[in-house]
Design a protein around this ligand. Structure first.
Ligand code: FES
Length: 150
């Protein structure tokens, strides 16, 4: 093959390499930029305006007792006071996010992690918790204890 006939083939090869390099560079940029852009622009989510869950059956919650259940993907506690009222709160302690529990012997809500105490309205009685527990709305519908945001 002489020099003149080999030239167009070299040009085609060079163009092919240029296109390949450009395509590889574009793919690399897309691979890097797509996750960054995806992270910076959060996906549209459906806003939940009202959510209610059945926390349990009224007959299963005797006076002076509490029960943990899931609300909006997080632990919550429903309790029946010694007076028979049913109340619900987040079960996530406002100190360092341990789960609280109902203490029938003390008749209040207690966090075992650092001995935090809350009253039956979720207010801090003693210990390190800086804020009260968030209270939820409780509705009794037949036997169902329905909990929703206030
Ligand atoms: S996490 Fe509850 S008292 Fe510290």
């Amino acid at each position: 093959m002489d020099e003149l006939s080999a030239r167009p083939q070299r040009i085609r090869r060079r163009r092919f390499l240029d296109y390949s390099f450009g395509a590889a560079l574009a793919a690399l940029a897309g691979t890097v930029l797509y996750p960054v852009i995806n992270y910076l622009i959060p996906p549209k989510t459906k806003e939940i305006t009202h959510q209610a869950v059945v926390a349990g059956k009224a007959g299963e919650l005797p006076s002076n007792s509490g029960k943990i259940f899931a609300f909006e993907g997080r632990p919550a506690i429903v309790l029946r006071t010694p007076d028979g009222e049913v109340r619900a709160f987040t079960a996530v302690c406002t100190h360092l996010a341990c789960n609280v529990q109902y203490r029938p012997d003390l008749q209040h809500i207690w966090c075992a992690c650092h001995d935090g105490h809350y009253d039956l309205h979720g207010q801090v009685l003693s210990g390190p918790p800086p804020r009260p527990l968030v209270e939820y709305k409780v509705t009794l519908k037949g036997e169902d204890i329905i909990v929703s945001r206030t």
